[in-house]
Structure formats: structure tokens, C-alpha cells
Design a protein around this ligand. Structure first.
Ligand SMILES: [Zn+2]
Length: 375
């Protein structure tokens, strides 16, 4: 009952369309969070805990992960003859673990994603051989339409402070080519993975350079300029939107109810909807459907997600599905990927069966439609 109410509530305001549009926005692609099974084991032994399924399973996507995913996305077709498409909110950079280790963890160094893949293909050829080539094929075939999820998926201020303090947990993680299982950041307003969270408001100034460099790196890695942004790990303050806009970003993902941090633990509640514009004229997208099939919450995820899509269409809204890469990761446990992929396959089948006039599109294509107001 409560869930049904929320499903409807999320759809009361916003851009309207008679078309049955389904967008699948999936965060975290390109990010190295957990390196491998061996790394997890070594971190367990050193006392680093698994707090979430991300700590347990969220590895950089492997060749097998992508093969199974692409096969699933192409298992259905929409009214225009197009298969389903993921909009991965993706990262272009990862920690250069080797260089940092060589220097004794003095300062932060990053590397570009293709370099990461090159290194990993030597370390585990079976999992990572030609993965980047496959990734690019996925883009060419219209299965993956990546947009910007930041330069790196963690808070750099916290990272640098922990390096300076010679933090044991961080060193253990880094020694295992990982950055996960660390809970305490030292700030109640900043979580470890949130690149654009802050304590003092002026810390927002430091984000401009990260965004500018990150967007350049995104173009370098993925081959085109990003026009759509979803911040990694936590919500940004709109003061950083100016830089995003100057670099060509037009669309921003934001929650229905946003607790917007104003600095030093003060929050302002902001209500959002798809089609709402910020002061700079950039368009917001609110994900109105949740799909996290490997998060065991004691219900059937396919039913749960399907009902939310139904609610969106009832209100003549596009269905913008929110998900995370971890649902489709099988490098640590193949069963984790099996659960996620099976649910995805079932969901897609149900969508095309129930709504033969459905249209799959990427999140930025939807943004373009809203801009032209082509409902
Ligand atoms: Zn993320």
C-alpha cells in the first residue's frame, strides 16, 4: 500500500508523454572498487569488513560480464526494432595502484580506463582479455550509451587526508588494488564513494578542476563529450552545475526528494521531477523506477520493478529505471551475476510483452526529447 502510494507520488509532476519510453540508467561502469577474489580474501584477513554487496561483488566489468549483458539486452526488441540499451553512468579514470605503491603512497595518481584494462588483461587474461574492445563494440552497437559519473568514484579530499595520516585500512585496500570496505571518512556529510560531497561549502571550489579534467578524460576514453551527469555516491550542490554547463553537460540526474547539503551538516529539502530546470536551464531527470535484483529485500524484484513502470506509464511519464553495475558482476561469484541477469531478462521480456509499443532509449536521448518537447 505504502509502496503503491510512493510509486504514484513520484509521478505526479514532470514532463508528460503518451509514448511508452523505457530508460535504463546504470551507475558505476568503468570503476575499480574491488580488484578480485584474492584481494577480497586478503582484505578479509586484514580485518576489512564487507558492509555492503558493493564491498563483496563490485569489480570492474569482465569480458564475461559484458558478453552475458549484451546477449540479454539483445534478447528483446521494441516497437522500432531496437534492442534494450543501458546508459552506464561511467568513470574514465581509476587509481594508478602500481605507481602509488612505488612512491610509497605519497600522492594520488590516476590512470585512464583502457590502461587499467591493459594491466588487468596481463594479470587475469581469462577475465580481462579484450574487455575494452568488447566495451567499444557495445557502444557501436547501441547497447551501451555511457554518460558521466565523475572522474573517480570517491571523495578525493578524504582520500588525500587518509594518505597523509598513513591510514592502515586505506593502505590495506590500496595494496590489494581496491578502494572499498572503509566506512569512516571523518565527516558525517561525506561518504567514501561520494566525489562531490563536502563539509565546508568552499570545498565546492575544488570540484571545478576535477569536473573539467574528468569531462576531458571522459571524452578521451569514451570517444565523445558527455552531456549527462549523475554524481557518484552522493548528491552535489548545484553550485558546481556552472562548470558542468560550460563543459557541455545539459542533463543532470537528481532524486525525487533531495536533501541538499548547504555546508557543515545543514540540509535543505528540494523536490524534483523529470523536466524541471535548474537556474542555468539544465534539465533534471528523476529516476522513478528502482531495479536492484541482487539486493535481497525479500520480494520479487521483477514484480516490484514492473509495477513501478506501470505506475509511470499510468501517469504518462517515461520510466527511468535506476540500477547499479554490481547487479551484473560475476567475477567474485558467478551466482551474483546469474541472479541479476535472470531478473533483467525476465523484466525486459515482460516489458515488451505487456507494452508492444515500448521504446527503449538512452537517458541522454530522453533528455534531447524533453528539450525539443517531443512528447
Ligand atoms: Zn556510483
Amino acid at each position: 500500500m505504502k509502496q503503491q502510494l510512493l510509486n504514484n507520488l513520484k509521478n505526479i509532476y514532470g514532463w508528460k508523454t503518451k509514448r511508452k519510453i523505457v530508460v535504463i540508467s546504470v551507475d558505476d561502469y568503468g570503476n575499480v572498487r574491488l580488484d578480485s577474489k584474492a584481494a577480497r580474501k586478503a582484505m578479509d584477513k586484514a580485518g576489512l569488513k564487507v558492509h555492503t554487496r558493493f564491498d563483496a561483488f563490485d569489480t570492474l566489468e569482465t569480458t564475461q560480464d559484458l558478453e552475458v549483458l549484451f546477449e540479454t539486452l539483445t534478447s528483446v526488441k521494441d516497437v522500432n526494432g531496437n534492442h534494450a540499451v543501458f546508459t552506464p553512468f561511467a568513470l574514465p579514470c581509476n587509481i594508478d595502484f602500481e605507481k602509488m605503491q612505488q612512491e610509497g603512497y605519497q600522492e594520488y595518481h590516476y590512470e585512464l580506463l583502457p590502461v587499467t584494462y591493459e594491466k588487468l588483461s596481463l594479470k587475469d587474461t581469462n577475465a580481462y582479455n579484450k574487455t575494452w574492445k568488447l566495451w567499444k563494440e557495445g557502444m557501436t552497437k547501441g547497447l551501451m550509451a555511457p554518460q558521466f559519473h565523475g572522474r573517480e568514484h570517491f571523495n578525493l579530499k578524504v582520500f588525500k587526508e587518509k594518505l597523509k595520516k598513513r591510514d592502515k585500512e586505506v593502505f590495506t585496500a590500496l595494496n590489494n588494488r581496491s578502494y572499498t570496505s572503509i566506512e569512516d571518512t571523518g565527516y558525517k556529510s561525506i561518504s567514501l564513494t561520494a566525489a562531490f560531497e563536502f563539509w565546508k561549502f568552499e570545498e565546492n571550489n575544488d570540484f571545478n578542476e576535477i569536473l573539467m579534467d574528468g569531462l576531458n578524460r571522459f571524452e578521451e576514453v569514451y570517444g565523445y563529450k558527455a552531456i549527462h551527469f549523475n554524481p557518484p555516491g552522493g548528491r552535489e550542490h548545484p553550485v558546481i552545475h556552472k562548470t558542468l554547463k560550460e563543459k557541455g553537460v545539459k542533463y543532470i540526474d537528481t532524486p525525487f526528494i533531495k536533501q541538499e547539503h548547504q555546508g557543515e551538516g545543514n540540509y535543505k529539502k528540494v523536490i524534483n521531477y523529470t523536466g524541471k530546470k535548474n537556474k542555468l536551464g539544465m534539465i533534471y531527470q528523476v529516476r522513478n523506477v528502482v531495479f536492484e535484483p541482487t539486493h535481497n529485500r525479500g520480494f520479487n524484484w521483477v514484480d516490484y520493478t514492473y509495477k513501478q513502470i506501470e505506475a509511470a506509464f499510468r501517469w504518462h511519464r517515461p520510466a527511468i529505471i535506476s540500477s547499479h553495475r554490481v547487479n551484473f558482476c560475476g567475477y567474485i561469484e558467478e551466482d551474483n551475476r546469474k541472479i541479476g541477469i535472470k531478473a533483467l531478462r525476465e523484466l525486459l521480456k515482460r516489458i515488451v510483452t505487456k507494452w508492444p509499443d515500448v521504446e527503449f532509449m538512452s537517458a541522454s536521448e530522453l533528455g534531447n526529447l524533453i528539450t525539443k518537447n517531443k512528447g
